[in-house]
Design a protein around this ligand. Sequence first.
Ligand SMILES: CC(C)(COP(=O)(O)OP(=O)(O)OC[C@H]1O[C@@H](n2cnc3c(N)ncnc32)[C@H](O)[C@@H]1OP(=O)(O)O)[C@@H](O)C(=O)NCCC(=O)NCCS
Length: 182
Amino acid sequence: MSEDPRETGDDEPEAANSGARVSVVRPPYAAEVFEEVKRFYYSLGPEFDIFHLALDQIFESKILGLLWSRDGRVAGVAGVRARYGVWMFFMVMRADHQGQGHGRNLTRTVMGGVPPTRLVLLTVQRSNMKARKLYKSSGFVTINRHKGQVTMLYNRGIGPWLRLPLIVAVFARNLFVSHLAG
Ligand SMILES: CC(C)(COP(=O)(O)OP(=O)(O)OC[C@H]1O[C@@H](n2cnc3c(N)ncnc32)[C@H](O)[C@@H]1OP(=O)(O)O)[C@@H](O)C(=O)NCCC(=O)NCCS
């Protein structure tokens, strides 16, 4: 089996357009992945300001989805990283690869690797309608709006009657852990 992180597995969809490929990698991350993601990160333009994640935080990911452009460069990343027991989803796409369905593809691929028992949340700026629309149609539901930020939960068919106590429990736990951490 090839260890080239640009290879797609049988179950990893080929991006619809442009010959780009999606791969999924997990820790420990290979040096090539580290270098390529780093190069991608520092090449980001205005989308960097919306993204708000440090490079180190990307490498905390439990699952990292990479979009490889035709020229063998990383052009988008999405992943899930653990925060106080909850997995947080993130994604950013290079501007010249946006609007071609790659974000949808990466979201589906990464979320497809998350164990069913995991709670996955994300936060997105309220004004970021493009991302919100994508997340909504990918299965995330809004659970909170606060100070210009929207929190969304990946909905695995959990009814509203169970969703609320679940969210309260998660936030109470987060509060407790961050209090202990000082
Ligand atoms: C958000 C982001 C990752 C989406 O990636 P993308 O590859 O452009 O998304 P896609 O091409 O897969 O588009 C998916 C959906 O977004 C929505 N969308 C795309 N372009 C849009 C636009 N100009 N306006 C509104 N919605 C739009 C559509 O719902 C589209 O679905 P469709 O196929 O039904 O039309 C990308 O725009 C990005 O990196 N933005 C900057 C960083 C960011 O906002 N990250 C998210 C922070 S939480």
